[in-house]
Structures are given as structure tokens and as C-alpha cells.
Write a protein that binds this ligand. Structure first.
Ligand code: IPT
Length: 462
């Protein structure tokens, strides 16, 4: 049988989310039309008039980037609602767009599903427009009512985003996070809730798209207060003693701002790749934001950059140079035929993995080695990226690891998690690649070890 889990472990929804790796954010709303990041809440709804909004075009941009989930900001801090909420007049209904009969949330989720993408929604707790903000019961009732609208009116929602942002001089206001979270789960059982402390997905602690080089999926939720300064490092690195499985999501915009501004442009490909290595390559999901413009479209240059990014990731990781190699390990649980052989790291499947025996690892640590097959006729591996993946379904275990090529060290680090990527400064060649697990919370379970060639390193992307 499989080895016992090492707690905590992810829920099936969290595992599904983790395996998405790249997802997308769309910040669009009143701020788009006022050249603002944080609107004041006094904006006239007549300002909201996208000339040719086409959510399908957004979805094509998301697909080009390789995303499988798209999240829309349904209401930002200025309080303007992109759907015709029954609980406020401050919404698309009061705007000239589609003669006041439009619903961006509906167009968004329909376009997503038509393109095979899952949808998520963001509903800002901080609301600078609504008069009830500051009255604890009245505002929490309003917020609950809007959660009901969004989670009962638009089909299945895969993720909901609770932003901890609140201006320094915002009215004192107690959010009923626990009630909100339970309401969300009552309405949508398999949804993932994002907030600074989860419960399902946590903030990574910065908006640069970088996780810590050590990055545990677990934290102690009781150690985190939503929106409180000083929690960033804890969120960035997680907690090897954490009792709650709440893996981090790295939110970052392809531009400077979250919303569209005429004078901003998309980050260069090299920077987006660096973000990918520092997020997906450090056990996180990358939430990449693309802001549609006042026309209601993602700009062509941004779409082109997203496509370039998606193609670059495919070019690097679409080919595994370790494929066809011969794998052996310090031990194999159940021996040959036991189902946990070293070669499972090469089969491209998430549900198979190498497991050592329980007795292994007492002396020098565990190792797994890939060797070039005989038919390679002496040609070595040549690569500049090493990919290591844990079978996190049974818990995150690796605390320290190192990679050797023909006996020489080329990379090392602490945690692995769902995916750890080592981008080497220059290509290395060798016949034997060995991964050592030198510290762990339990016997390591590796679902993949891959070797890749990243042509963008040489191009000065580092
Ligand atoms: C920041 C919030 O303070 C934090 O709680 C989290 O929700 C984060 O946003 C999400 O990106 S506010 C930002 C201006 C740093």
C-alpha cells in the first residue's frame, strides 16, 4: 500500500488548484476609466463606458498564457459593481454601457466556460462608496448578500478572493470573515477561498510574484491576522510546523499597476520568466494580472506578451531531456513491481511517484539517480533547468535537497513542494544526475524529476 500521509495534506480542490500552476487576474472597473488604482468611491457611474468590451478576447489572452482559471474583480475598493446587484445603485445598471442592461460578471463567466476555462471572482471587503461601510451589521449584511448574488447567480466559481487591502485612513470596520468563509462554502462546496490566511489559498506576502526560496504549503492560520503588516515573511515562507494546508498564490501584474493606464506597458518576457521560476518554481501558483483598457479589451501588445510567455514556458518544459533515462534510487518501497519505483518520476504523471522504504535514509539521506540509457551511445544530458516535484497529496516533506551531476554539485535548496525549479547559470553536461534529499519531515515521495533546456537564460534573461 502507499505510505501514510504526513500531515497536513491538501483537499482535492487545493490539489486541483496547485496543478493549474498559472492562472489569471483581470482588474477592470471604474479605475480603468479614471486612471486610478484606488478609486475614492465618489465616481459617477456614467464614466463606466467600455466601447467594445469583449470578454472572449480576454479568455484568448489567458489561454495564450497557459492559464486554466481566470479571476475577475467584480467590485474593487471604489465600490462600483460590475454586475447589476440588487443591493446598491452603484453598479453597471447606472452606467451607459449596454444601456444599463449589461453584466460584466455574466459575460466573463460565460466567455470563460465557452473557452474551457474555470472562473473565479474578487469582491473587495474595503468599500469606499457604500454608506453602510463602517456600520458593522449593516455592511456585513450587504457583503453577505453580495456573496449570495455572486455565488448563486453565475454557476460554479472555482476561487474567491478576499483582499486584505484597506487604506490607512479607512473607517474602522470589523469584517465578519469567519461568517463570510462559511457562507462561501455553504454555497459552493469545492471553491477555494483566497485571503491572507486562506482557508484554502494564502497570499504570498508580496505583489512581485516571488515566493521565499523556502516555501512551505503549511502555516498556522492562528498566527495570521488578515491585512496586518508584519505577516509578509511568514506568508512568503510558510511554516514547517504549520498545522493548516494553505499554499501560497503569487499575485502580480504584467504591468506596473493592477488597472490599465495609458502610460504603462507590459513587463519584458525575461522578467515574466523570472517571476515564473520564483513562483511556480517555488511551490506556488502564479496569478498573473492583465488589465483590460477603456475599450474593454486587453491591449494587443499585452496579448502578444502573454502569448510569448506561454510559448516560452512550453518551449522550456514541453520537452523533458530526462525522458527515456534509467532511474534508480537508494531504495524502492515494496521493491521492483511494488508500484513505487524510481522510474515513476519519469512517466509524466502526477499520481505516480517514487517512494523509498521506511528503513532507508537513516545514514546519508535518500537519493534518486537518472542515467543516460545505453542507446544514447555515450551522449550526455545537457540542460540548464532541473525540475523536482513532490507528491504533495501525501504532505510536503522535503526540507533540504541537492543536485549532483557526475558527482559534482550543481544546485541545492530547502523545500520542494509541488514543484521546485533550479535554473542554472549555464548549461551542464553529464551522464548521471542525482538528487539527494538530506533533510525531510518524512520519507520523501517524488512524482517527477525533469531536466530541461531554457534558451532564454543564454539570451540574458537571468
Ligand atoms: C495587500 C493587502 O494588504 C494584503 O492583505 C493582501 O490582500 C494583498 O494586498 C493582496 O495583493 S494591499 C497591497 C497594496 C500590498
Amino acid at each position: 500500500p502507499p505510505p501514510l500521509p504526513v500531515l497536513p495534506i491538501p483537499s482535492s480542490s487545493q490539489l486541483k488548484w496547485q496543478r493549474r500552476e498559472v492562472i489569471m487576474f483581470f482588474h477592470f472597473g471604474m479605475n480603468t476609466f479614471t486612471d486610478s488604482e484606488w478609486g475614492t468611491g465618489t465616481e459617477d457611474p456614467s464614466l463606466f463606458r467600455p466601447a467594445a468590451l469583449n470578454a472572449t478576447q480576454w479568455m484568448d489572452a489567458a489561454r495564450a498564457a497557459g492559464a486554466s482559471l481566470v479571476i475577475l474583480v467584480a467590485k474593487h475598493h471604489d465600490g462600483f459593481c460590475l454586475w447589476p446587484s440588487a443591493y446598491t445603485a452603484h453598479s453597471v445598471r447606472a452606467s451607459p454601457w449596454r444601456a444599463g442592461r449589461g453584466d460584466v460578471v455574466a459575460e466573463f463567466v460565460n466567455a470563460a466556460r465557452a473557452r474551457g476555462l474555470d472562473a473565479g471572482l474578487y469582491l473587495s471587503p474595503w468599500d469606499r462608496h457604500d454608506q453602510r461601510y463602517g456600520q458593522e451589521v449593516a455592511y456585513n449584511e450587504y457583503y453577505e448578500a453580495q456573496l449570495h448574488e455572486l455565488l448563486t447567480g453565475y454557476g460554479s466559481v472555482s476561487e474567491i478572493w478576499f483582499d486584505g487591502a484597506k487604506g490607512k485612513n479607512a473607517t474602522n470596520m470589523t469584517y465578519h470573515f469567519q461568517e463570510w468563509f462559511q457562507t462561501v462554502k455553504q454555497l459552493q462546496r469545492s471553491i477555494n477561498i483566497f485571503s491572507d490566511d486562506g482557508p484554502d489559498v494564502r497570499w504570498v506576502g508580496d505583489e512581485k510574484g516571488y515566493a521565499g526560496t523556502t516555501c512551505w504549503s503549511a502555516v498556522n492560520r492562528s498566527a495570521i491576522t488578515i491585512g496586518e503588516a508584519g505577516i509578509e515573511k511568514y506568508l512568503n515562507e510558510g511554516d514547517p510546523r504549520g498545522r493548516d494546508w494553505v499554499p501560497p498564490e503569487c499575485d502580480v501584474s504584467i504591468r506596473t499597476g493592477w488597472f490599465w493606464h495609458a502610460n504603462e506597458t507590459a513587463k519584458p518576457l525575461a522578467q515574466l520568466l523570472e517571476i515564473y521560476y520564483n513562483s511556480v518554481g517555488r511551490n506556488c501558483v502564479l496569478l498573473l494580472n492583465a488589465p483590460p483598457n477603456t475599450t474593454g479589451l486587453v491591449e494587443d501588445a499585452d496579448v502578444a506578451r502573454l502569448r510569448e510567455f506561454g510559448r516560452a514556458v512550453e518551449a522550456i518544459f514541453g520537452t523533458d531531456l530526462a525522458a527515456g533515462s534509467v532511474a534508480r534510487a537508494s531504495s524502492e518501497r515494496g521493491g521492483p513491481g511494488g508500484g513505487f519505483e524510481a522510474r515513476n518520476v519519469l512517466d509524466g504523471r502526477e499520481d505516480t511517484y517514487w517512494a523509498p522504504t521506511e528503513e532507508d535514509g537513516c545514514r546519508n539521506g535518500y537519493w534518486i539517480e537518472l542515467r543516460r540509457p545505453a542507446e544514447a551511445a555515450g551522449r550526455p544530458f545537457e540542460f540548464n533547468v532541473v525540475r523536482i516535484q513532490e507528491h504533495v497529496a501525501l504532505g510536503q516533506r522535503v526540507e533540504r535537497h541537492a543536485v549532483y551531476v557526475d558527482g559534482a554539485p550543481v544546485a541545492n535548496g530547502t523545500t520542494v513542494g509541488h514543484k521546485r525549479l533550479h535554473r542554472l547559470p549555464r548549461p551542464v553536461a553529464g551522464r548521471k544526475v542525482r538528487v539527494w534529499i538530506t533533510a525531510r519531515r518524512g520519507p520523501p515521495l517524488l512524482s517527477a524529476v525533469g531536466l530541461h533546456h531554457d534558451p532564454f537564460v543564454a539570451a540574458g534573461a537571468m
